[in-house]
Design a protein around this ligand. Structure first.
Ligand SMILES: [Zn+2]
Length: 365
């Protein structure tokens, strides 16, 4: 794949596959250098918080070192959260979250329910997957997923509802191409809704369980950033070091794992760690795409931070951004939604301070 991609870039007159991919992905509003800066900001501003959370986890688990399999287990050994018993209940409670957030969004979700645009339950013979899709003829959104009664289902529905609100907000644009935005902003719509909706998980849980769910959601968001940086920096390296050997590539990956990996004890598992990039589908199937989740997540955190200061103002801006569809360039979409299209330390630092505060506030008493 590597040789083939290098050849494609050369045939098209590009100096390397990185510059080719940039053009192919229509990245007109940011440069590879800005992504490199983003990696540095993740290292400098986020990794210390991730390490702090890891240390807390290690203490709670009562282990000497954190092994890879310790990272996802509940550190207090609690049973999984059970937010709902069936899909009608999930729908009812999610509707109440939107009622609390914003009348317009709540009406949009109610419309989807009335028109049967939601296929949410898991049943035998149903195709796998979870997504929002837009029915272009009727200009209405449709959500497909497999709810089985876990907290992740609540987040998935909030996420896909964010995409659906985006489709509804932009549905009156006469141009089909303008009724959807670039992915960097589409995921701001959905990831913001996860964060905004999770602030009202009291609709699903008693207070302590709601705190637990919100805390693990924030934790998950934080720990994905160093992984995104690792995967993205690795791709930058791969495509700007033509002719490298397999051993050099492994060494480059291991160096990145050391840079972004946090305090995890991989002893005895060095070979698995050296090949861990194999687990990331995007490296093979969608080169350079993965960083877009990080860019969007940063925007979503900004929308959420705004909402903690001024809920009505933040939601009004969010809806303004969504209503633009894809009619404006990324920086203008972000700006309309109340966030900045900028991913250096100066944007990351204040966001991290707010996230850290929120995490401390969600600690169990
Ligand atoms: Zn999404």
């Amino acid at each position: 794949m590597l040789q083939c991609r290098e050849r494609i870039a050369a045939n098209a007159g590009f100096k390397d596959y990185l510059s080719y991919a940039w053009r192919q992905l229509r990245r007109f509003d940011y440069t590879p250098e800005q992504c490199v800066e983003f990696h540095a900001a993740i290292k400098q501003e986020m990794l210390p918080v991730v390490r702090e959370l890891q240390e807390e986890r290690r203490t709670q688990l009562g282990v000497a070192t954190l092994r890879p399999w310790d990272l996802d287990a509940d550190p207090l050994g609690r049973a999984p959260l059970k937010p709902f018993a069936n899909v009608p209940e999930m729908l009812e409670r999610t509707q109440r979250i939107f009622d609390r957030l914003d009348g317009g969004l709540a009406a949009g979700f109610q419309q989807m329910r009335d028109l049967h645009l939601l296929d949410l339950d898991s049943r035998k013979g149903k195709a796998p997957g979870g997504y929002q899709s837009t029915l272009n003829e009727s200009r209405l959104p449709f959500i497909f997923m497999h709810a089985v009664g876990v907290q992740r289902d609540v987040e998935t529905l909030l996420h896909e509802a964010g995409h659906a609100f985006h489709a509804l907000a932009a549905q009156s644009d006469p141009l089909l191409a303008y009724r959807s935005a670039p992915i960097e902003f589409c995921e701001v719509a959905s990831m913001s809704m996860e964060l905004l909706g999770n602030d009202h998980l009291g609709e699903f849980y008693p207070a302590a369980d709601a705190r637990r769910a919100r805390r693990s959601h924030l934790e998950l968001i934080l720990k994905i950033f160093p992984w995104i940086a690792t995967v993205d920096a690795f791709q930058h390296w791969i495509y700007t070091h033509p002719g490298h050997t397999r051993a050099e590539r492994t060494a480059a990956w291991v160096a990145l794992m050391n840079r972004f990996g946090g305090a995890v004890d991989w002893s005895g598992l060095e070979a698995a760690r050296a090949n861990l990039w194999h687990r990331q589908l995007h490296i093979f199937q969608a080169p350079f795409y993965y960083v877009e989740y990080g860019i969007a997540q940063l925007g979503a955190l900004a929308v959420w931070v705004n909402s903690r200061r001024d809920k009505a103002g933040a939601l009004a801006a969010y809806k303004r951004g969504l209503a633009l569809g894809g009619a404006r360039p990324l920086p203008e979409l972000f700006e309309a939604a109340g966030c900045r299209f900028e991913f250096s330390a100066k944007t990351v630092r204040p966001l991290m301070e707010r996230v850290r505060e929120a995490l401390l506030g969600l600690r169990d008493a």
